[in-house]
Design a protein around this ligand. Structure first.
Ligand code: FE2
Ligand code: FE2
Length: 648
């Protein structure tokens, strides 16, 4: 468009030359004056008009919004430039000092700019800038401030300005418009973001260089992208969330201005803008309005009920609206104002499914709600189902987020956690930032059945955040024709102990076709130094000697598989009975401790029982259909690395 316009101007000037030649014969001075004027005009158009220079005023965005309460009408915010109203998913909070802004509380309350009929949303090809005044109160696995983006394994397209757990992010997909050929390039700020403080964050791309500016300073630059922007499969801009076809990550923070440009803003322009609004970073920000500290998550579904837990930053009354489909005609409201809620939903049919939504209300009318999420109850019948396993999610939110996202994409009916859910059980920050936040999309739609690791140290946080049948450290549950028995391997488990007797009794009574046990410490393991120190020449015991005496019990009750964590890697054994390979009557032991904790390694020489091993962050996925069990293990990128089939 730009080239055509320039060509058009040149054409009319050439046409004018014919007439100028006629006049110039009569008045040479007039000819010189007009020629000079026209030359100056062309120079101005070419050199000044296209550049981002203040002699021509600051560049104009192609779309812009000011997010403040006074501009909010019926869940919509009109744009200040272009006709691009934002439809918000829910009523946001507002924040006043140092500037009026909208606050997104982590329940997917951001918004979308919808395509209009015959008018796709802005998608500049050659260059772009994304600008925002933003105050983030929390990081995210994949956070978005503004973006029109698809980031999928089968291809990527578009661009976004966002953040991860700690840093600002600018993502952009360069290249042609071919299907699936886009590769998202990620630029990450050198310094971490300052949570709770206002920042002017700007991403620019001029077809050659990606740049990220924070408060007028260059925060990162890259030449990894080249050429026009690839908008493959994207059609709408999202604000206050990362949103594409398969990922929805809400923001916890405030937004004020959000702008899109079809050119790369210069550092001078950005710095001038920052200085003109400097008061925002110099004034103390007010505290955070109501938000989810821990987004709603599902707990302990049985055949007739499930539970929803959540934690908010202020005491609220929580209502769960639910039913087989939206709009919902059923609801349950908490009894009082609390920051932590555990709300049971009962009276459901076995094997049923539906949706729920959480609405929180504070004493002064504060409002926070979630998007629509799914629930289901355990079936009684022998219907096919699947579950995904994670373990040892310790101190590594990015890896936990990747594994949790792979688990979510596998669409299990429920998930198992093999313990060491955090590194320090007493440290609430770890529960919030290293377990729940990176896993929030998974836990909101897939119920988690955990077991206690050694790092929780039996802390009350475990009993608070997980809603399990008493005494909680051990419990059992069923799903279709499978039964699961969960134990605390930190507590005594030898013959004659309370847990041993309970397990012996529970396994003996179970009529389930499939029996699974899990606890944190491994019965069989080829780890190099947990049960010996093999690289230092000290023989390994190849498993926890306190747990090994359970093997005869598992064999007696024909347990199919035992899942363990503690060792931060993946290992599957051959079927074992009486300490020997037994293809028909043996128990298979799977260590699946790759949820984020520092990875460990294997003995230099394998023991006979090792069937498969892998050092990587991963999930184990089990599919049950009648008399067939199919186990697969996937790494954090979703690549299959182990597969096992059992039929009985
Ligand atoms: Fe661990
Ligand atoms: Fe452990």
């Amino acid at each position: 468009m730009e080239k055509q316009a320039r060509f058009g101007k040149m054409t009319s000037w050439s046409f004018g030359q014919e007439r100028l030649r006629y006049h110039s014969m009569k008045n040479p001075l007039l000819f010189i004056s007009i020629t000079l004027f026209v030359a100056l005009l062309i120079y101005y158009q070419k050199e000044v008009g296209d550049s981002d220079d203040h002699s021509n005023g600051p560049p104009r965005p192609i779309a812009a919004w000011v997010l403040e309460a006074s501009r909010l009408t019926k869940g919509t915010i009109s744009s200040t430039v272009g006709n691009w109203p934002i439809t918000l998913h829910a009523q946001p909070q507002t924040i006043k000092a140092p500037v009026d802004a909208l606050y997104f509380g982590g329940g997917l309350t951001g918004g979308s700019v919808l395509s209009q009929k015959n008018k796709p949303t802005p998608a500049p090809k050659e260059a772009i800038s994304l600008l925002s005044w933003v105050r983030l109160d929390a990081g995210a696995r994949k956070g978005g401030i503004i973006g029109r983006i698809e980031d999928n394994r089968y291809g990527a397209g578009g661009t976004y300005l966002g953040y991860d757990e700690t840093h600002w992010i600018f993502g952009l997909t360069p290249g042609g418009p071919g299907i699936g050929e886009g590769r998202l390039q990620i630029l990450r700020s050198a310094k971490p973001m300052e949570k709770g403080k206002w920042s002017l964050v700007v991403a620019t791309y001029d077809g050659k260089e990606m740049r990220l500016f924070v408060n007028g300073e260059l925060a990162a630059e890259s030449r990894a992208a080249l050429g026009p922007i690839n908008w493959y499969r994207t059609d709408r801009w999202s604000i206050g969330q990362f949103s594409d076809e398969n990922e929805k990550v809400p923001m916890i923070g405030a937004l004020r201005e959000v702008e899109i440009y079809d050119k790369a803003l210069t550092q001078e322009t950005i710095r001038t803008r920052f200085i003109s609004q400097l008061a925002r970073v110099q004034t103390e920000s007010v505290g955070s309005p109501l938000h989810f500290v821990i987004a709603p998550y599902l707990q302990f579904p049985d055949t007739h009920s499930f539970r929803v837990c959540m934690e908010t930053s202020q005491p609220v009354t929580a209502t769960i609206e639910y039913g087989p489909e939206a709009p919902f005609n059923l609801k349950t409201t908490s009894k009082g104002l609390e920051t932590f809620h555990e709300i049971p939903i009962g009276g459901l049919q076995p094997g049923s499914m539906g949706y729920y939504r959480v609405i929180c209300t504070g004493p002064a009318g504060e409002h926070l709600e979630t998007t629509i999420l799914p629930w289901q109850t355990a079936p009684i019948d022998s219907v096919p189902f699947s579950f995904a396993i994670i373990g040892d999610t310790q101190g590594n939110a990015p890896a936990t987020g990747k594994v949790a996202n792979i688990m979510k994409e596998l669409r299990p009916h429920f998930a198992l956690h093999l313990g060491d859910v955090v590194n320090e059980g007493h440290d609430k920050r770890q529960w919030v930032e290293e377990l729940f936040r990176p896993s929030q999309e998974l836990f909101g739609q897939v119920p988690l059945f955990p077991t206690m690791g050694n790092h929780e140290k039996n802390h009350p946080n475990y009993y608070k955040y997980f809603s399990l049948p008493s005494p909680e450290y051990r419990y059992s549950y069923t799903w279709g024709d499978a039964a699961f028995f969960v134990l605390d391997s930190n507590k005594p488990m030898a013959r004659g102990t309370e847990q041993y007797n309970w397990l012996d009794d529970a396994l003996g009574k179970s009529q389930a076709r499939w029996k699974f046990c899990y606890h944190h410490h491994p019965v069989y393991s080829s780890d190099n130094n947990d049960f010996g120190d093999t690289f230092a020449g000290k023989r390994s015991l190849y498993g926890d000697p306190k747990l090994r005496p359970l093997a005869p019990l598992y064999e007696k009750h024909k347990v199919d598989m035992v899942f363990c964590g503690h060792v931060h890697l993946y290992e599957r054994t051959h079927p074992i009975k009486n300490g020997k390979l037994d293809e028909t009557g043996g128990v298979v032991y799977v260590t699946s401790g790759g949820g984020g904790g520092s990875l460990e390694n294997f003995t230099p020489t394998p023991e006979w029982f090792k069937a498969a091993n892998r050092v990587d962050y991963h999930t184990t996925f089990v599919n049950i259909r009648n008399n067939t069990l199919e186990l697969r293990a996937f790494d954090k990128e979703g690549i299959l690395f182990d597969q096992y089939l059992k039929t009985k």
